[in-house]
Design a protein around this ligand. Structure first.
Ligand code: 9D3
Length: 247
């Protein structure tokens, strides 16, 4: 059981994701719990201020420290071992490895930044990890928080019904998946590769592995450096790289 506590100024953004999909199933199954908190509810001033202008001037607004600090003190019981994460464009890149590490915690707090950023003291004193989901600019940390909840929840035993599919995920094996096909055998003259219909399981497995290597070499050659490849894999890759038909 993992408890996710999400702090945001737009908690409504999470309703649609949490109300449908496999995430909802795993909440219903009691595998995870997701609690939403509106940072504005932890303000104490008349205007319920969550952001302010930056010291030193310049444009944009900065998320204030007090509401976030007060929310954290209220939400995370003292002595509870939680991982507090700030979602921000300056964070470490989120990887499958990160999801695996986070799946070991029983409590994960996700702070969604907004505006131009957060007061640096939040980062320094209240946050264990800072995560970015990729090199593109989003309008806030809400979608990234959902990405983290989704990727981590899938790793909780009981999630997919089939724990094998988690084991063989691309990014766990270090290779991209090859092509998949299902009926019909022929659609408008587009045929399914013959080998998949052969019934010869060893040949099928070899073909699939080769296609997986091929696709990774084509699309994500960077991943091959980290993948644990056998001598045979390396031979296949050299053969593919030297093949003039290979694009
Ligand atoms: C004006 C300079 N911007 C930095 C690139 C400021 C800024 C842009 C976007 C500050 C916050 C945001 C909102 N994005 C996130 O909070 C965010 C994010 C993202 O934009 N991309 C990838 N991962 C993440 S995690 C949080």
């Amino acid at each position: 059981m993992i408890i996710f506590d999400i702090l945001s100024v737009f908690p409504e953004m999470f309703q649609s994701t949490l109300g449908s999909s496999l995430i909802k199933k795993s909440i219903d199954k009691g595998l995870i719990e997701v609690n939403l908190y509106n940072i504005r509810d932890y303000t104490r001033d008349r205007h319920r201020t969550t952001d302010d202008t930056p010291y030193g001037g310049g444009g944009g607004m900065v998320m204030k420290i007090e509401p976030v600090a007060d929310a954290l003190k209220t939400i995370v019981p003292a002595g509870d071992k939680a991982c507090v994460i700030l979602l921000s464009p300056q964070g470490e890149p989120f990887k499958q490895k990160t999801a695996e590490e986070l799946s070991q915690y029983s409590r994960i707090v996700l702070i969604c930044g907004h505006y131009e950023g957060v007061d640096e003291r939040i980062r320094e004193h209240m946050v264990d990890r800072e995560i970015s989901i990729g090199d593109y600019v989003l309008s806030g940390g809400e979608l990234p928080a959902m990405v983290v909840v989704d990727a981590v929840s899938r790793l909780v035993p009981g999630f997919v019904g089939n724990s094998e599919s988690v084991l063989y995920d691309s990014f766990s094996t270090g290779l991209l998946e090859g092509p998949h096909y299902t009926r019909p055998r022929e659609y408008e003259s587009w045929e399914v590769p013959e080998v998949l219909l052969s019934g010869h399981q060893k040949k099928i497995d070899e073909w699939r592995h080769r296609e997986s290597l091929k696709r990774t070499l084509q699309r994500r050659p960077d991943m091959l450096k980290q993948a644990d490849l056998t001598q045979e894999d390396k031979r296949i890759l050299e053969e593919l790289a030297g093949d003039p038909e290979f694009v």
